[in-house]
Design a protein around this ligand. Structure first.
Ligand SMILES: Cc1cc2nc3c(=O)[nH]c(=O)nc-3n(C[C@H](O)[C@H](O)[C@H](O)COP(=O)(O)OP(=O)(O)OC[C@H]3O[C@@H](n4cnc5c(N)ncnc54)[C@H](O)[C@@H]3O)c2cc1C
Length: 200
């Protein structure tokens, strides 16, 4: 049985892991942060959870609920708490999926030693792992361009907004522009409204 090691436990990594197991391989998945990667932890899922909170405020009047300016109290801690619960539940689901498929999950940062082995560093601990094949599913990081430094208005700073404790971000997110949803129905969320992909 071939042993496949997958570096990165985001949507690419965990889907590859289940597919590899189902095609008869032994699989080890290495993740340095949290299973679910960017999408579940700081990307797709938390943004949509925050958007839903923002939408409730934005559309309250269509349900006959008036939220006058200056009198509406939004408990940001609870908004973040709800988001955190959703993320926790989905990340837990990925852990369960790995276990159910008998995928070995190792916590740590992987780097190649040669074409058949990687070093996994987890704090002070080091482990060498050998495999027949490797899948690099380590995602991507935004690159700060010269003269275009990251600032509060950039997508790169979204991680700060999403975990942030400032209510003003709820307004920013509520007024944000396109958030793409690529799966499963190719619709797109544009400034508070779902549209078909034709509107691109
Ligand atoms: C704010 C935001 C909103 C988004 N919203 C949407 C959306 O609505 N719809 C949509 O389709 N997409 C959305 N995306 C994009 C989506 O998050 C990415 O396309 C997706 O996460 C990419 O998956 P991936 O597995 O390739 O990488 P990632 O999800 O980034 O996963 C890579 C994983 O590899 C790990 N890793 C990296 N290097 C190592 C190493 N050396 N050793 C061990 N582990 C390592 C990382 O810790 C990470 O967990 C959004 C992204 C952001 C930032």
């Amino acid at each position: 049985m071939a042993h496949i090691a997958i570096i990165g436990g985001g949507p690419a990594g965990y889907v590859a892991a289940t597919a590899a197991v189902q095609s008869g391989s032994q699989v080890t998945l290495i993740e340095e942060k949290d299973l679910g990667g960017t999408c579940l932890n700081v990307g797709c899922v938390p943004t949509k959870a925050l958007l839903e909170s923002a939408e409730k405020v934005k559309k309250a009047s269509t349900f006959g609920i008036e939220l006058p300016d200056g009198q509406t109290v939004i408990n940001w801690e609870n908004v973040q708490g709800r988001k955190g619960q959703i993320v926790k539940q989905l990340v837990g689901g990925i852990g369960y999926l790995m276990k159910k498929n008998k995928i070995t999950v190792k916590k740590g940062s992987a780097s190649f030693l040669n074409s058949h082995s990687i070093l996994i560093r987890n704090g002070g601990e080091k482990e060498t792992l050998q495999a027949d094949k490797f899948i690099i599913a380590s995602g991507s990081e935004p690159v700060q361009l010269a003269h275009v430094a990251f600032h509060e208005g950039t997508v790169a700073a979204l991680r700060v907004y999403i975990a942030g404790n400032s209510l003003s971000w709820l307004n920013r997110i509520a007024g944000a522009c396109a958030i793409w949803r690529r799966y499963p129905d190719w619709r797109v969320f544009v400034c508070g409204e779902w549209k078909s992909a034709d509107h691109r």
